[in-house]
Design a protein around this ligand. Structure first.
Ligand code: SAH
Length: 240
């Protein structure tokens, strides 16, 4: 995990030995399960450290820098479309007081996440095999989170409708985005407003190119009960 340790250091994060062991175990579990659930196309040791673990840590470092989260702070977080656990699980490893809900629509991926969380010995992590469109109308989850994380799930206009309903007023959506971030931001402006959000910032994350842009959206108003619409509709007919 030398590459990850260096990346973390450059981000101002010192990994504990136990955390390094957890990342090592995470890598082993990912490789053991690959192919079975279509979890990731990146499987080489350095690639996983860079693209999956390192990028996830860059997100939490950015939240610390922006003072949206302080080290040791308790926080209710939801990772929407967690897939193989990115970015939520690496963030949980380095920020144990996080109470993390991993939402993943695909049953096989959700099963992997259950298995992973047990193997890593992570406390306060819940896996929910459900679509965001459905879960966001469940009173146990609606407007209950301080932080929603989502990487590579949907364009921002769609993500706004899926993610903002989960946030409390004053909570944040943190979404790493690729090179099309500026266009996605433009296209999402109205959807974000409709769902009760406000764009806070969009900054390139530190790290080797191509570095993602971290889009931060603050929840400022309640989301109207009509959102999100039925499963599949947000992606099919994005709000505009
Ligand atoms: N966040 C992970 C996985 C990205 S792939 C990463 O960055 O590596 C996108 C994942 O989101 C897929 O696993 C897919 O099943 C899930 N997903 C897509 N739309 C969803 C929805 N509406 N509700 C819940 N999960 C969803």
């Amino acid at each position: 995990m030398q590459f990850l340790v260096q990346t973390a250091q450059a981000l101002g994060l010192a990994l504990l030995d136990q955390e390094i062991d957890q990342f090592e175990e995470y890598y082993r579990q990912l490789i053991a399960a690959k192919g079975r659930a279509g979890l990731t196309s990146v499987t080489d040791y350095e690639g996983v450290q860079r693209r999956h673990f390192g990028e996830s840590l860059a997100v939490v470092a950015a939240l610390y820098r922006a003072r949206l989260l302080t080290p040791d702070q308790e926080c209710d977080a939801l990772d929407l479309g967690a897939g193989a656990g990115f970015p939520g699980v690496p963030i949980k490893i380095v920020h144990p007081p996080l109470r993390l809900t991993l939402v993943e629509a695909t049953g096989k991926k959700a099963s992997f996440l259950e298995h992973l969380v047990a193997h890593l010995g992570l406390a306060d992590v819940t896996v929910v095999a459900e679509r965001a469109e459905t879960l966001a109308h469940d009173p146990a989850h609606r407007e209950k989170y301080h932080l929603v994380l989502a990487r590579a799930v949907a364009p921002l206009a769609v993500l706004a409708e899926l993610a903002l309903p989960f946030l409390r007023i004053g909570g944040f959506l943190a979404a790493p985005k690729g090179s099309r971030a500026p266009q996605e931001l433009d296209a999402a402006a109205h959807a974000i407003e409709l769902c009760g959000g406000r764009i806070l910032s969009a900054e390139t994350l530190p790290g080797p190119a191509p570095s993602p842009t971290l889009v931060l959206v603050e929840k400022t108003q309640p989301t109207p009960a009509a959102y999100p619409r039925r499963p599949g509709i947000p992606a099919k007919r994005p709000l505009r």
